[in-house]
Design a protein around this ligand. Structure first.
Ligand SMILES: C[S@@+](CC[C@H](N)C(=O)[O-])C[C@H]1O[C@@H](n2cnc3c(N)ncnc32)[C@H](O)[C@@H]1O
Length: 207
């Protein structure tokens, strides 16, 4: 490795660490103080805008709805069936996982994975409050803490854009999916190259 590639790798590692800290802080804040000001849509207003069934939002715990921070509606095409095992990647406060758990029923299972253990605890508590279950694992989408070929479907909402290693995330998703498994994700993509000032701003990356 030359000195300049070593320096670039160091810069990338330190930016990645700062972004991870900002991601943890930002979504913890949405979960703890959903009534606060954020420069992205969240809560019931966002979910209704993305076409979530109002009956789901009435039925789910108020805390899970208020802290919803997705960017679209992964349920529109997930076609989840009773008995399926579903992974909710970056499960947050749990709204998407709870909706998935209603679809797969008591013979199925929803497994959440989240970087932030406090979010996992919130998602599990919110699920319990509606009489359903989410099994949430603390972990990173870049190294999903599940065995190969173990899930029927993956849902995710506004999470993959937060990763520094998106190719790695996709590889991991295919590793844990059973043959013939399905992916239904909503996320943010840009058709244009973003300015470096945006790319290097941890607050913008995290939101
Ligand atoms: C946009 S929210 C998810 C919204 C969620 N689907 C809902 O129903 O509200 C983003 C979540 O992804 C988690 N996250 C961010 N980076 C992650 C990573 N590298 N691996 C796993 N989870 C991550 C955050 O901790 C946060 O809880």
């Amino acid at each position: 490795m030359t000195q300049s590639t070593a320096t670039m790798a160091d810069t990338q590692a330190s930016l990645e660490a700062v972004i991870k800290g900002e991601v943890l802080r930002m979504y913890q804040e949405v979960a703890d103080k959903p009534e606060g000001e954020f420069h992205f849509y969240h809560g019931r207003e966002a979910a209704e805008m993305f076409g979530y069934d109002p009956e789901w939002l009435d039925r789910a715990p108020a805390g899970a709805v208020a802290s919803f921070a997705g960017v679209g509606n992964p349920h529109a095409r997930s076609d989840l069936q009773p008995g399926e095992v579903v992974l909710d990647l970056g499960s947050g406060a749990g709204l998407d996982g709870i909706i998935a758990s209603w679809q797969v029923g008591s013979t199925g299972k929803v497994i959440g994975v989240d970087l932030n253990p406090a979010m996992c605890l919130k998602a599990q508590a919110h699920a319990e409050a509606t009489g359903t279950t989410i099994e949430c694992h603390e972990g990173r989408m870049e190294q999903i803490p599940l065995p190969d070929d173990s899930v029927d479907a993956i849902i995710s909402n506004g999470v993959i854009n937060l990763s520094f290693r998106k190719r790695r995330v996709i590889q991991e998703m295919f590793r844990v999916l059973k043959p013939g498994g399905r992916i239904s994700i909503t996320d943010i993509v840009s058709a244009r190259q973003l300015a470096q000032s945006i790319v290097n701003d941890p607050k913008l990356w995290a939101s």
